[in-house]
Design a protein around this ligand. Sequence first.
Ligand code: F6R
Length: 586
Amino acid sequence: MCSIIGYLGLSSAAPIIVKGLKRMEYRGYDSVGVATFSEHQISVRKGVGKVLEVNKTEKLDELSGTIGIGHTRWATHGMVTDTNAHPHPSSSGEIAIVHNGIIENHEELKKELQKHGYTFKSQTDSEVIANLLQYNYDKTREIKKSVVDTVAELKGNYAFVAVFQDGTLSAARLHEPLIIGVGKEGYFISSDVLGFVEYTDEVIYPDNKEFVIIDKEGLKIFDFDANPVRHQITKVSKEFADVYKGQYAHYTLKEISEQPLTVSSAGNNTKLEIDLASDLIKHARNVYITGSGTSYNAALIAKFLFSKYAKIKIDPLISSEAQFSPDMFEEKSILVAISQSGESADVLEAVGIAKKTGSKIISIVNMMTSSLVHQSSISMGLNCGPEIGVAATKSFTSQLVVLYKIIDKICDGCMELDLTKVSEAIKKILSNDSKIKDVAKRLKNVSDIYVLGRGMHYPIASEGSLKLKELTYIHAEGLPGGELKHGPLALMDSNSYVLIINPNDSTYNDTLTSAREIKARGAKIIGISDKPSDVYDHWIDIPSINEPLYPLVEIVPIQLLAYYAAIDKDFDPDYPRNLAKSVTVK
Ligand code: F6R
């Protein structure tokens, strides 16, 4: 999703901005741009492509000046073109802005501004911010007043940074992330700590409906009614600076490979919170659980395990569906919200709806500095380090471990949660991946893959199919084994590939029966199991483990399969097309 950045300090701004944008690439984008202020003028350079590609042609980092703004765009309004890339200057060029989010009333505002003679070049909703600021600034020539008047008129969700022609920076936020870095030699404004963490770990988190003004006199923060606001400076963890690939070809492979460690450390930084959350859930009248994408798949496994082991019924809800079932939340319930980024707009919306009913929010989050944490009564950390690959891998297994710890606490250790064994099992899969690489090669020209599982392995089938879709662009579908004969069997023929998740547990025999039904229709079967069978055309061996822990282990070969199949097809597994890591728009 779009990333915004701003810098005002003693050093040359453009190289700092380009580096910050590179660091935030993982969030997903299609074009990039930088504007700097120098010698009473704002200069803009931008284009379609990756940060380093555009930098090569447009020489973004050679723009002069010690004040500037930058942006990576993920198109929402208007095609992916150079003109639609940010920054957008106002029609007089006295102000330029970068924006993350959506301005809902941009069409009305644009018409109104055009009547006053302001002109537009792009098809974006964002350009309206530049001209609206300019319109309000032209009335009084006061920056603070122009920002107050502008935010009063904008509808939607946004974070923007504006550079004015006197070298002042101003940034405002409404339901989109915005973080201020306070360095020894300058100020940073960014959507993400990664935008500046190598320069400072001292940060300020402006709240919703607040804006900042940064000029040579320093930093001032105000609410949208122009009242001054005070915020404490907090320190972020230096671990966020550790975002290099090291020996690995891709972040995705690095993150898959980190799982023996991350399953052991999940939740270790928030042990007390896990105890408190377990207690709240145990005594709650109603418990709901929500998330998007991978995080929702973790929620589905949790539903299964909570009822089986903790004897607690919890209702899962896809976050983006919450707005259509606002009456679902009973008064004073518990909502467990799961999110790697803690910034998914859909998850935050579900949380907002639940809070209106007086419900308490318990969150399971990787980015402990995120909006979701700020909105929760209790937050538990994944503690798995930054996840840069757009497809969630290590964060998924860490989410599961935190959920397992809560359930295990409630059922007094009934899950026999031996994470050392899980870690050993994952290590074994990682060190013995030749079969997976071989199977990945066979998927090169395949158009459809089905992933089958029963019981708690069905959400893993969904998660596995999500990884295959995202990384290989092959149509993939997760199916509950028993549903085959109710429809999907019609699709099976000799061109189909079916991944069967079949650990040697209580689902084993029924799943094997499903595999035989598919085999009889000529489809190719890839078995993921600790037990061989003649029904599998290809067998990917996984270590045996205590029954409830299989999901933590069986997802790993599917993550690897998706990764290697993407490599064979020459796709970039870290940045799948059209996707963003942090989906901050609805
Ligand atoms: C899948 C994936 C997405 C995210 C989803 C939620 O690999 O990465 O489906 O899981 O966008 O993101 P978070 O967990 O940050 O709320």
